[in-house]
Write a protein that binds this ligand. Structure first.
Ligand code: SAM
Length: 446
């Protein structure tokens, strides 16, 4: 039995009521293992596993495999994610269907990227996601996970939520998956128990209000706010929604409850680990009162002069959908549809990634980037090598497998038709370009 702080147990008696014993018991049981598949990188793995009822690409796994040793995991073919948090799909699709034009979506607290990769799976190509994480080290993990997902309609920013107040009424849907007291993660991450205190619950609630103030400001009139946490605390959940209703006149929108084991609370839905197969989670949907939509004037994208068109033509499929942007030695391909959003954000925000990072110029050579290999827009005619499982694991560890059929120059390395990275064949030897910081280390087995 885990050792819980007495004041947490007191609070649990209040929120779990008659189900207190079962609730506490469930926190000592193993957490179910679940994943969400990438709809843009289909494969047969997990095809026999049980579906998560509220997530179109979600699956429960019977046991936890070694994800680190699975090349398809590194190729971004799936994301390991708790089942409860995949419920995001329901309110998101409910909100999305209210728009009949491309939408701008902001994920304000995005690392490590569970919700952002899920949102990318649900967006249409004309929609754009701004995925923001203020903490630099966490932003790097977000960038890695989004890069592996392979989509181009995303911009990663690294700003305090208050920075978004400059973009008044800019976003159609804002997702706030707030930093919280983390009670729902107690059994997965026992360090969350050590960090728990009543003071921390209060601190979290103040921080959440500040984040929500910025979220409302940057939301378009008529736009939707999705608020979620992984805690059971009323002051971090329903009471935050009361605050939004009272302070900003926001309207609560009821989310269809697909499973009677999910608890409908005053303002949202709560997931308890003794009732459903997933971790603790809370989610609510709100709409901002209507008014005139704030829309930016239509600029003509791509009026600037760029010299790097030819790399886009060579390396991307449908190259005409993209515009080249060259910044600090690196070439990016920005979707023409999202160029205006990119321009506005790039003037005011610290961008970590926009569109597809194509590569960098070293002297006269173009060095293709890892993100390009992982992009779902990579030109299929680029020379590629299909490796065996043994060879690809060797490659992911930094080795250079013997591949006599490798063409001279750049080859993209694949496993079961999913690209993982580059090697360069120099004739007399091969160089492995898989990023050093992503390589499988022998002590990184999980
Ligand atoms: N949405 C993520 C996912 O699904 O993978 C999980 C987000 S986690 C619950 C909350 C995030 O908020 C953390 O990455 C944390 O670094 C970030 N955060 C912490 N303090 C913050 C603040 N004051 N403003 C905005 N974000 C903050």
């Amino acid at each position: 039995m885990l050792n819980f702080p007495p004041s947490f147990l007191e609070r649990a008696k209040h929120f779990a009521g008659k189900e207190y014993e079962q609730f506490i018991q469930s926190l000592s049981e193993p957490a179910p293992v679940s994943i969400r598949m990438n709809p843009f990188k289909r494969h047969d793995l997990f095809s026999g596993d049980e579906e998560i009822p509220w997530s179109s690409d979600g699956k429960y796994l019977i046991e936890r495999p070694s994800f680190t040793m699975d090349p398809l995991f590194h190729a971004g073919c799936y994301y390991v994610q708790d089942a409860s948090s995949q419920f995001l799909e329901q309110p998101f699709l409910q909100a999305k269907k209210m728009f009949n034009a491309p939408i701008r979506v902001l994920d304000l607290c995005a690392a490590p990227g569970g919700k952002s990769t899920h949102l990318l799976s649900l967006l249409d190509p004309g929609d754009v996601l701004i995925s923001n994480e203020v903490i630099p080290t966490r932003n790097s993990i977000l960038k890695e996970n989004i890069t592996k997902w392979g989509c181009s309609n995303v911009i990663i920013t690294q700003n305090d939520p208050a920075a978004f107040e400059q973009l008044k009424g800019f976003f159609d849907i804002v997702v706030v998956d707030a930093p919280c007291s983390g009670e729902g993660l107690f059994r997965k991450d026992p360090s969350a128990i050590k960090e728990w205190s009543v003071e921390n619950v209060n601190r979290c609630s103040v921080r959440q209000k500040n984040i929500l103030n910025s979220a409302v400001e940057t939301l378009a009139p008529g736009g939707f706010l999705i608020y979620s946490t992984c805690t059971f605390e009323e002051e971090e959940n329903d009471l935050q929604i009361d605050y939004l209703i009272q302070t900003f006149g926001m309207k609560k929108v009821s989310i269809e409850n697909l499973n009677h084991d999910i608890v409908s609370t005053k303002n949202g839905l709560s997931f308890y680990p003794h009732r459903i197969r997933g971790e603790g989670f809370y989610i609510s949907l709100l709409q901002k009162e209507n008014g005139d939509f704030y829309r930016l004037k239509n600029e003509k994208p791509g009026s600037d002069k760029f010299n790097y068109r030819k790399f886009i033509d060579e390396y991307l499929q449908s190259p005409n959908d993209f515009l080249p942007v060259y910044k600090e030695g690196r070439l990016y391909a920005i979707s023409a549809k999202h160029f205006q959003t990119f321009r506005i954000l790039s003037e005011k925000f610290y961008l970590r990634l926009a569109g597809i990072s194509m590569g960098e110029m070293k002297g006269n050579d173009f060095i293709p980037s890892e993100a390009l290999a992982l992009s779902i827009f990579l030109n299929p005619d680029i020379p590629h090598l299909n490796l065996s499982e043994q060879q690809i694991i060797d490659y992911l560890k930094g080795g250079t497998p013997e591949i006599p059929e490798a063409k001279k120059g750049w080859n993209v390395v694949r496993f079961q038709n999913h690209s993982l990275g580059w090697i360069k064949n120099l004739g007399n030897r091969m160089n492995n370009y898989y990023p050093k910081e992503w390589r499988i280390k022998n002590d990184k087995l999980r």
